[in-house]
Ligand binder design. Structure first.
Ligand code: AMP
Length: 480
């Protein structure tokens, strides 16, 4: 059985802190925007790992002070929050995944999407391996347990060289944690430290801020960071700087929290810059007000408003009490979800020429519902501005985009999309404009969803495994 799911999740790990369970709980809370489908924590007293996972938000799965929480109160812990995706909602896929193999226990938490997982899984199943979940991550346990891998000088580095795609991984062994980031650095992962000196790894630094820990640095692409009783140790499983990074710029556009900084840049500042760029590329004459689609469009709308000298206002107000899992993510439920999620301040939009700023249009269905509601509320003109180019290609590295056919921009021109949405004008930020807002060199970002240029060849994802490409990443010294 194979998996076609997209897994963009949140990770948190801490070593050697008497409050590790509380810090993991709050850290995961602050990463909740990265996933609300399931939450889990695995912790160790130095000898034995316990793990508890459940469906829903962190608050729903864990009750502080409960018996489960007490049992998990150990000084070493890793935690995971998982994103809700169509058709993959099941408790068997919640993480961390705890297993036992010849070297003892290991709990694994994964953020990202392995594009060769199906292929590896088919191979292992053919030799009799049994899988408990439909989750890509489970294959890593089997790779770790393979006797010929266990005997390698650095088994983890050897195993990581088998993986293709996007991954940030946390491994909890009874007396240490290992954190790894894929050689392209597609998803973010950072290192922090508490005042008392305990090391932390987390998907975003907002998880450090919430527990008063300081940011130290990002985990480098292709790096393994080990946290143990002697502190923090680093090693690389590919030659450092041998691969040009392919950071997912969509993390900055949509996925991450505005207060977080990674890929050497703050998320809010980046979005604001793109909003300014959008105002330069697609100005609107005589607009009365700029309104964001909250929360993802807010920073860009501030930038648009500042650059265009058009007043900013809240024409749409978001309800924070509608969770993503409240309604199953089917096509019909989206319209109702929009109405529940976004209320219109009629006084702001009635008889006005409005500029509506959002971060992206994916299927176009929820955007159409929002525009329809704004028209009903009396908006005179609606000018839609989007802070990334038309999304024409699916993501194989973890962002939950639908199939190519479902993407509205797949086979439609901007003018056709404008007509579909029923807006007066529609302007997308250009790819060049978007990349000009990023700090790193342009070639350091993955732009596949707009350009179709997949940095890791996706024929692997389609089961046409390219041995040549795979060999490219083998780190000779490790395999010697
Ligand atoms: P739609 O009009 O249906 O394409 O929805 C556009 C909205 O979906 C925008 O407000 C985006 O912020 C949001 N969005 C973008 N990417 C995703 C994603 N991967 N999952 C869920 N929502 C997304």
């Amino acid at each position: 059985m194979t998996s076609d799911k997209k897994e963009n999740c949140g990770l948190f790990g801490i070593f050697g802190d008497s409050e590790a369970i509380n810090k993991t709980y709050f850290g995961l809370h602050s990463l909740q925007h990265r996933g609300q489908e399931s939450a889990g924590i695995a912790s160790s007293d130095g000898k034995f790992i316990r793990c508890y996972t459940g469906m829903g938000t962190v608050k729903r799965v864990f009750r502080r002070g409960s018996a489960v929480f007490e049992k998990l109160s150990n000084p070493i812990a890793i935690g995971h929050v998982r994103y809700s995706t169509t058709g993959s909602s099941s408790s068997i896929n919640s993480q961390p995944i705890l297993s036992e193999y010849s070297r003892g226990q290991v709990a694994i938490a994964h953020n990202g999407n392995l594009i060769n997982a199906s292929l590896l899984r088919d191979e292992y199943e053919a030799y009799g391996s049994i899988f408990k979940s439909t989750c890509d991550t489970e294959i890593i346990t089997h790779l770790l347990a393979k006797p010929s891998h266990v005997s390698k000088p650095d088994p983890l580095a050897h195993v990581l060289n088998h993986l293709q795609g996007a991954y940030c991984l946390l491994f909890l062994f009874p007396d240490y944690i290992e954190a790894a980031r894929d050689p392209y650095g597609i998803r973010p992962l950072c290192i922090g430290q508490t005042q008392a000196g305990a090391y932390i790894v987390a998907s975003e630094n907002c998880a450090l801020d919430v527990i008063g820990a300081k940011f130290i640095r990002e985990v480098e692409p292709g790096e393994i960071v080990r946290l143990d009783k002697n502190g923090l140790h680093s090693r690389f499983f590919v030659k450092p700087d041998s691969i040009t990074p392919a950071h997912c710029i969509f993390e900055h556009i949509y996925f991450a929290k505005q207060s977080s900084s990674f890929f050497s840049q703050n998320v809010h500042e980046f979005r604001k810059k793109v909003g300014k760029q959008l105002a330069i590329e697609h100005p609107v004459k005589n607009a009365d007000v700029v309104i964001p689609v909250p929360d993802s469009g807010t920073s860009a709308a501030i930038g648009y408003s500042e650059e265009s000298k058009t007043p900013f206002d809240m024409g749409l107000v978001r309800s924070h009490y509608v969770g993503r899992t409240f309604i199953s993510p089917s096509q019909e439920s989206r319209e109702l979800e929009v109405k529940l999620k976004l209320a219109i301040v009629k006084e702001v939009v009635r008889d006005k020429r409005i500029v509506v700023v959002d971060d992206s249009i994916v299927r176009g269905t929820t955007t159409k519902s929002k525009i329809e509601a704004l028209r009903q509320a009396g908006a005179k003109e609606i000018h839609m501005r989007v802070s990334c180019p038309p999304i024409r290609y699916p993501c194989f590295y973890g962002v939950d985009f639908p199939t190519k056919e479902e993407l509205i921009a797949n086979d439609r021109s901007v003018e056709q999309i404008r007509k579909f949405l029923n807006v007066d004008t529609l302007g997308y930020c250009s790819l060049e404009g978007l990349l000009s807002c990023a700090i790193k060199p342009q070639e350091n970002y993955c732009t596949a969803c707009w350009s179709g240029k997949y940095r890791i060849p996706v024929d692997i994802a389609m089961n046409k495994f390219s041995m040549e490409h795979y060999q490219l990443h083998m780190f000779d010294e490790i395999d010697a």
